[in-house]
Design a protein around this ligand. Sequence first.
Ligand SMILES: C[S@@+](CC[C@H](N)C(=O)[O-])C[C@H]1O[C@@H](n2cnc3c(N)ncnc32)[C@H](O)[C@@H]1O
Length: 368
Amino acid sequence: MAAKLKEYLKDPFLNDLYRQIRAAGTIRSISMDITHVCNIRCAGCYYFSDHMDEGHPTADEATFDAFLDAEARRGTNFITIVGGEPSLKPDRLRKITRRFKASVSTNGLKKIPMEGLEENLSIGVSVWGNAQTDRRLRGSGKVDIFPRALKNYRNDPRAFWYYTALPGYAEQIEDVVAQCVDNGNYVLFNFYGDVARFGDKMDHRRGFEKVRAAIERVIERFPERIFMTRYVSEVVSTGRLYDQEWSYDVCTSFSTDNPVNFERMKNGNPYSPHFRAYNADLTTTRRCCTGIDRDCASCFDVWQHFSWIILNMRKHLGSKAEFTRWLTTMYMFYLINRLVDFESGVRHIPEIHRRLKEAEPLTMAAVG
Ligand SMILES: C[S@@+](CC[C@H](N)C(=O)[O-])C[C@H]1O[C@@H](n2cnc3c(N)ncnc32)[C@H](O)[C@@H]1O
């Protein structure tokens, strides 16, 4: 393994990415619901579909402060903030980012202020298709969320769009991305899981082939602004990683303190030992960030798939092209979350896309 790594790292570009990641050190991450309250109801939101807001009311201030102290003592250095809607709790965001690096997911309706939140925060602003689709699916047909979010995060250096791609709305991707890029922002994709079983255009069982093709087109058109790589797009949307098929047994990010996962921890597949997904009470954890007992076949969560690739480095050592897929995945994760220097790091994005295109013919089907 060491010999192969040494050989691949003779390439100065790969060496530079690798060096930056090593310099950032080990990431010990958790996810936390900062509140169980949300100001909208997205159609088929996994959080409310799985009733994760019930029985775990938002922690009071003393519990919140004690929680941050305990996590600092435990060695946590990165927090993914979800909910509920995190923008409803800006003071808590300030408390978190004073001590930890963090990434927050917001629906974009209420701006996360800049004051006291300039540092240590990456903001993923959610959108689900074009303005009309988004209004219908996230705004209950009444609220124009996307235009408001565009205004809230225009040229905001902390922001990127976290675009949930729906299988039947692939043709909307390119125009929306053009607007996001024009707004001065970056774009990452996530794939819709039809947990509420709406079916038809929302049904993940239709597959994401058209979505993948649309992502490919926007990478070609805006190579400097797309955080999603061809490789990550393929792994998330097909659920294939070499000999593994996406399932609970191979997922690497689940609460390791929660007895529900103790059997999984014995099956020999890698996992993040530090990770926990805390409910809004900040006292209990749930099975994983996106589920209590959800069928993992409906999970296309991009963060969990990033982790799946990252923790399976060994599978990617067969050739320089495969190692490039692994390393660029790892690097993008660090870059999006500002764990490496962002300003200089984003300049590598076009070269990352170029190299992955070059390495294209080896698809998962071919190596699996
Ligand atoms: C549950 S939300 C919580 C944070 C915040 N309220 C927001 O809207 O970003 C976290 C992310 O999951 C996405 N999401 C919710 N339900 C989903 C589903 N069924 N499939 C894929 N993504 C989903 C949201 O769009 C958002 O980007």
